[in-house]
Write a protein that binds this ligand. Structure first.
Ligand code: ATP
Ligand code: UDP
Ligand code: MG
Length: 465
């Protein structure tokens, strides 16, 4: 992390420093922040958060024992500590704050402001991690780049990402997610991006937002955190493009495949594992081969290109970065263990939009096509409708078998009708697929929300072949 003094931290979080030697301790430099004693706290500022399972104020002694540099603690919790614990903590500087979760954010903003890097912030309903990884691949060609690890994209994950900033970083790619209104406004305010992207809006996490308009508003908060002299990136194919345009006062760059935009794709050639297309930037065209399948990945590539151009990168580096992107685990990963079998592992997550993207790729594969679908979660009262639509979509696309497991997936099963099979265990579902593979060349798409754990079906299929 970019080093900052305890004095600056106390000021940034509006805290109170308790220390046996406050004058000297103020100048202590903090180079790491940690919120978890299960990871070593040595030379870290330990921030005690309250979560659903633990209250980390119970681990203050443990953090001190591990040689933490200082502690950040809620005043209310500190008062309740026994005299024995307070005595044991007397030699370690302690910053008292009202709320550690908010203080974590204020500290993250301090670190962000100490960085000279160019920041790209991105959100959207689907494809955030895919676009983030494409961007990381592109920006790494240009210079030292920090990017969100995995899915650390909420009000705690974004601060933890910002704490990984070092002074050598020239670029930072920050993924922002949300399951309620206000969350992206908050994280975007911390990251204050130079370039901000909303990849798209789709029916994902509907439970927290009510409807698509609610999602569009919540995603739109990313532009509130965008720097005054920053650039907003808009998907011109999205139904909410005009709404966002109205919301923004900064300059805008657009991308699209269907409507006109600054950055477009033409001459698409969808192959089994790849997509070839010409990237059109103004009147210039550049040939690109993406080593991931699906038209949706072309949209992701256009979004990444728009962000990269807005950040001032050369087109040569952008094309090189896009072509070296090799996909993300569990997001439409195509495995071809034998001639007989194609496995599309899309088990990381599911909603209706990503389901259709997966089916579009499946039907391009050789052999009999099977979709194995676990429940798609967080759809609230629309759950039944979207599972029915999924079943119909697969049917109309020409999928031969729809295998379902889970309560909601039964609606997809009913809609698909002939050729659909419902299972009560993953073992039976796996056995059905293996029986089919033995008989004929097969391509199978495995899909479901995180909670469905459809990845457990991928393993035996890979091993079997
Ligand atoms: P999460 O909200 O869980 O963090 P995310 O927005 O980061 O998800 P990814 O992890 O990149 O999204 O992809 C999730 C699923 O959406 C995968 O099945 C992937 O294949 C599919 N997907 C990725 N990009 C798009 C897109 N532009 N349109 C439709 N589906 C997409
Ligand atoms: N925590 C900790 N040490 C432990 C267990 C939890 O420091 O042995 C921290 C954890 O990292 C988080 C906070 O306590 O910052 C609240 O934990 P949570 O309820 O989120 O549980 P978790 O999902 O981390 O196990
Ligand atoms: Mg993600």
């Amino acid at each position: 992390m970019i080093n900052v003094s305890l004095e600056l931290i106390v000021k940034a979080v509006d805290g109170k420093l308790i220390s046996s030697n406050a004058t000297e301790d103020k100048s202590i430099q903090v180079s790491k922040v940690n919120t978890d004693t299960r990871i070593s706290c040595e030379q870290c500022l330990f921030v005690a958060l309250k979560g659903p399972n633990f209250d980390a104020h119970e681990f203050l002694l443990e953090a001190a024992k591990q040689d933490a540099t200082a502690l950040m603690v809620e005043s209310g919790a500190y008062e309740k500590l026994s005299d024995t614990v307070k005595q044991a903590l007397k030699d370690i500087p302690c910053i008292l704050v009202n709320n550690t979760r908010l203080a974590l954010g204020r500290l993250a903003k301090l670190i962000r402001e100490a960085s000279n890097a160019t920041f790209v912030g991105l959100t959207g309903s689907v494809g955030k991690t895919s676009v983030k990884e494409m961007l990381a691949e592109i920006f790494r060609q240009a210079g030292s780049t920090l990017s969100t690890i995995g899915n650390l994209n909420n009000d705690i994950g974004v601060p933890l990402t910002l704490f990984r900033l070092e002074s050598h970083h020239e670029y930072a790619i920050i993924e922002m997610g949300a399951n309620h209104a206000g969350e992206i406004g908050y994280t975007s305010g911390l990251a204050t991006p130079d370039v901000a992207l909303i990849n798209n809006v789709a029916a994902a996490h509907l439970e927290g937002f009510g409807d698509l308009q609610g999602i569009a508003q919540a995603k739109g908060e990313i532009y509130d955190g965008l720097k005054k002299d920053g650039i907003a990136i808009i998907n011109n194919d999205d139904a909410f493009a005009a709404y966002w345009r109205e919301r923004i006062s900064q300059p805008i760059k657009t991308f699209a495949m269907h409507n006109s935009a600054d950055i477009m794709a033409v001459n698409l050639e969808l192959k089994q594992h790849q997509v070839c297309f010409d990237l059109q930037v103004g009147s210039a065209r550049y040939a690109v081969t993406l080593n991931v399948p699906g038209q949706h990945n072309v949209m992701n590539a256009l979004a990444a290109t728009a962000c990269s151009i807005a950040a001032g990168l050369d087109i040569d580096l952008i094309v090189k970065g896009l072509e070296s992107f090799a996909g993300v685990k569990g997001r439409l990963q195509v495995h071809r263990p034998s001639d007989q079998l194609t496995i599309i592992d899309d088990t990381y997550n599911a909603n209706y939009t990503s389901f259709t993207a997966g089916v579009d790729v499946l039907v391009k594969q050789p052999g009999k096509t099977i979709v194995a679908l676990g429940d798609m979660g967080e759809l609230g009262e629309k759950a039944r409708e979207y599972h029915q639509k999924a079943g119909l979509y697969a049917k109309q696309a020409g999928v031969e078998h729809l295998l379902t497991i889970g309560v909601l997936s039964q609606f997809a099963h009913q809609a698909f009708a002939e050729g659909a099979h419902h299972f009560t265990s993953q073992q039976e579902l796996t056995n059905f697929i293996i029986k089919t593979i033995k008989q004929t060349k097969t391509a199978v798409l495995l899909k479901g929300s995180r909670s469905a754990h459809m990845e457990h079906v991928v393993e035996p299929l890979l091993q079997w072949s």
